[in-house]
Structure formats: C-alpha cells, structure tokens
Design a protein around this ligand. Structure first.
Ligand code: ZN
Length: 429
C-alpha cells in the first residue's frame, strides 16, 4: 500500500497544465547538461595543468621514486586528461544538437516506416538511437584511441575492429533490454521497478555479509601465519576492540599492494594483500591496518550505505516519474504520435538520471574524502602517524599511477584526499 501511494504521489508531479512550456523545460535541461559537463571539463583541466607544470618528482617522493617512472606516469596522466576533456566536450556538443534540433522526434517518426506495432517501434527506436549515437562518436573515439596507442603500440586496425564489435554488442544489448522490460511490465505492471533496485541491493548486501562471515575465513589465511606482523597488529586490534581473527591476507602475489575494510550487516573484515606485506615494514603495515580500523571504528560504511540508499531511491523515484510521463513526451518533442511508456523511461535514463548521479557521486566522494581524513586521524591517535606517513609515501612511489592530483579533482572524483594533503595533515596532527 505504501509503495502504491508513493507511485501515485510521484506520478502526480507529471505536468499536464496548458501553462507548462516544454521548450523552456528543454532549454533548462540542456543548460543543466552544460553545467555538469563544464564542471567536469574544468576539473580535468585543473588536473591537466597541474601535471603539465609539475615536470620533476615532487620533493616528498624524490627519494622513493625514479624520474623515469615519474615521467612515464605523468605522460599517461596527460593523455588521459586530454582524452577525457575532448570526449566530454564532443559529447556535450552532440547532446545539445540532439536535444535542441528534435533528433528524438525524427528518430521516432522514422520507426513508422520500419515497424507497425509500438512494441517493435520502441525496439527500433532504441536500436537507431544507440547506433547513431555510437557511430557519430566512432571517428572521435578512434582519435582518442590513437593517442593512447602511441603509448601502448596497439595497431589501429585492431582498435577499429574492437570499436565496431562494441557498437554491435551495445545495440543488441539495448534492443534486448527494451524488449525484456516491455515484457516484464506487461506481465507484472510498471511498479515492479520500484521494488527491483532495492531488492537487488538487499540481496547483494546479504550475500556479501554471508561471504565475509562464512567464505572469507575458509578461503583466506589470518595473521597467525605472518610472524613478522602478527604481534603488533594483534596488540592494536585488541586495544581498540576489533577481533584480530578478522584481519585476513590475500595470498595473490599479483594483486596490487592494498588494504581495505568491509563491514556489512555486522560482518567485518580487513583484507591485506600479500604484496603490501612484502612492501612495508611491520610498523608501517600496522599503521595501514590502524587506518582501516578507523573506518570500522567510525562507522564510515554506514554513511556510504546511506548514500547508496539515497541513490537507489532516486532510481526508483525516477522510474515512477518518467514511466509514461506526459511531461517528458512534451519536453523531448515527440508530438502527437505518442511513443510507448518505456520510451520516456529510456529518455529519463539517458538524459536526466546521469545528471542526478553526477551530483550524488560528487557529494559521496566529498564525504568519502572526510572519512579518509578521519581514518588517518584514528591512526595518528593510536600513535602510528609517522609510520602511516612513511607507508603512504612508499605505496604512492611504488604505484604505476601518476601520484599528483589537484585537490578539488581528487575530492570530486576519487573520494580520497591527495597524498600530499594526507601527509600534511598527519604531520600537523
Ligand atoms: Zn581509507
């Protein structure tokens, strides 16, 4: 009953009044895309400028990182930022053109000549839209791939074949999804989607908790087999009340040097990779575990979970609102030849959902950044600040990734402070 009311409440926001100006709403939507994409281009430009102007290894990493390694990572970073900026600009222009000049109306009209029933027209619509959007971007994507291939030496013919196969697969996938969704709606009604995402997320969480509680102890060894670090980490975990047998070692030698904490529905684990144990000294490794314990101690994952629930709710509300929405039919200019309900849902996921997710992801990253600082503070409070700093600098210098990030870029996209922000904060603790 509750969901039924929610569905109707959301539906009631569908504007049917004559005073509603679809063209103004369309211009507003285009403006929102410009704001979101210009923000993205701005952040990547900041990162590009920083990498262009930092020609030598920064002082804090100088003893640990060779200038050849630094230079290689810097060139990769420059290519990657340039590619993202060009790609965002290109796609913004294409989106603007499509929305402003009624591209979707023409595609929908074109399907009349291809199929008779609205079921098949909807499938053709999705196929044409996917094909057109991907094919128009193909020359540009090949250009970007050539920029990358200078580094990776992959032949252009291979890149072209892979890109064409990708387009075919994406088109088949979209057509299948549209057909499948229409079938599901036919059988169960559109409200099924209100339950769908929360249900999948709940199942995923329960499975994850079962995995941590019952499968991880079978599959991974504990610190009992690590004589060099066992005592110091055990002492630390006992002092903060975390069960020391919930710290595991990933034996895979090829796994990147890393440590992470996961806590779901009361099931907790800290996983340390074998390569990290080999890289760091015992006290440095203990400091990294202290950082992970900080995430556990401060319930950071609950904040992440709350954000996930918020994201899921926006998906459900979006589905309830956009399905068969008169407002969207008018905004996207479909005219009197009204498309089936699934098409307004499709338009929502192509043009509105990404805007909401851009904001939610950015906010979630900003909060994640604060959690990282908090976890570092926790390690400092248990007296392991200088070891954590040494471990962070060592891990950064051994990584093949470019080590320098613009703080705003890092905050919005990585959910992590930059390494230098973290080191400065630890030094001032
Ligand atoms: Zn962390």
């Amino acid at each position: 009953m509750k969901f039924k009311l929610s569905w109707q409440l959301v539906r009631s926001y569908d504007v049917t009044s004559k005073a509603f100006k679809p063209h103004s709403a369309l211009l507003f939507l285009i403006a929102l895309h410009w704001v979101a994409d210009v923000w993205k281009i701005f952040l990547f430009s900041r990162q590009l400028l920083l990498a262009s102007s930092t020609l030598t290894v920064p002082p804090k990493l100088r003893e640990r990182m060779s200038s050849q390694d630094y230079d290689f990572a810097r060139r990769q970073s420059l290519v990657s930022s340039t590619a993202t900026i060009s790609s965002a600009t290109f796609h913004l222009l294409v989106k603007t053109f499509k929305l402003y000049y009624g591209y979707h109306f023409y595609i929908w009209q074109f399907t009349v000549t291809q199929a008779e029933t609205k079921f098949w027209r909807a499938i053709f619509y999705a196929v044409f839209d996917t094909l057109f959007s991907r094919l128009i971007a193909l020359p540009f994507n090949l250009l970007v791939a050539i920029m990358y291939s200078n580094e990776s030496q992959i032949p252009l013919a291979a890149i072209t074949i892979v890109s064409v196969v990708e387009i075919i697969v994406a088109t088949i996938f979209t057509a299948t999804m549209i057909a499948y969704l229409m079938k599901v709606i036919d059988d169960f009604g559109p409200r099924i989607f209100l339950y769908f995402t929360p249900l999948i997320e709940t199942i995923a969480m329960v499975l994850m908790a079962i995995y941590i509680q019952y499968f991880v102890p079978q599959r991974y060894s504990t610190l009992e087999n690590e004589p060099t670090v066992h005592d110091s980490i055990k002492r630390l975990t006992i002092s903060v009340g975390y069960p020391s047998d919930k710290v595991y070692v990933d034996p895979d030698f090829n796994a990147a040097p890393n440590a992470y904490f996961i806590g779901v529905l009361g099931a907790n684990m800290i996983m340390i990779s074998r390569s990290l144990i080999n890289m760091l000294g015992p006290q440095q490794l203990t400091a990294v575990v202290a950082h992970e314990l900080g995430h556990w101690f401060r319930y950071d994952l609950i904040i992440q979970l709350a954000l996930l629930v918020l994201e899921e709710s926006t998906v459900s509300i979006g589905v309830a609102y956009s399905y068969d929405s008169e407002t969207l039919v008018k905004i996207f200019g479909f005219g009197k030849d009204k498309p089936p309900a699934i098409i307004t849902l499709y338009m929502w996921f192509v043009y509105v959902s990404p805007l909401i997710f851009d904001i939610l992801d950015g906010v979630s990253s900003m909060i994640g950044r604060l959690c990282e600082f908090d976890a570092d503070d926790f390690a400092c409070n248990v007296g392991l600040g200088s070891e954590l700093k040494a471990a962070l600098l060592l891990m950064t210098s051994k990584s093949t990734a470019y080590p320098i990030f613009d703080p705003l870029f890092s905050a919005w996209y990585h959910g992590h402070p930059t390494i230098f922000e973290r080191v400065d904060r630890i030094e001032n603790h």
